[in-house]
Design a protein around this ligand. Sequence first.
Ligand code: S3P
Length: 163
Amino acid sequence: MSNIVLIGMMGCGKSTIGQLLAETLHLDFVDTDTLIEEEQGLTIPEIFAQYGEDYFRNYEVAVANKLSQREGLVIACGGGLPLRDDAIAPLKETGKILFLNRDCNEIYDSVSMAGRPLGQGGRRAFLERFAQREPIYRNCAHYEIAGVSTVEDAMKEILEVLA
Ligand code: S3P
């Protein structure tokens, strides 16, 4: 069973939807941020503050390589993981990549940016970051899931594309 890999902007619902999807399909759930935090014994903001973004991105590459050797997982990726081709490519080889494309104004209005070092620059910076990333997300995804305003809609669309 190939993995199901969720990508998209921070706060789009990868972890919430991923957990539910894993339960529904009887698969194991892994969140790359949580894995990194557990392995490092530090929170994401602490890792960024102490070691910097490059260190974190290299760690994401290592985690992606490790997870791509496993099967039957639902994997919620940190929002910036697909920026590195050497992180997303191994996951794409052994999994179906789903881009959860939730409206970014809606994300910004409803999701806390606390604990998200790259979400600290205000709405405009958040929207600009998304504009830079959207083609990257789209380019590496097998499927784009557009109806992600509610978890129920997202689940329905995901289960349809996977069927
Ligand atoms: C990041 C997203 C975060 C986390 C880190 C960087 C990003 O994950 O990996 O703060 O660059 O978009 P979430 O997408 O789970 O918030």
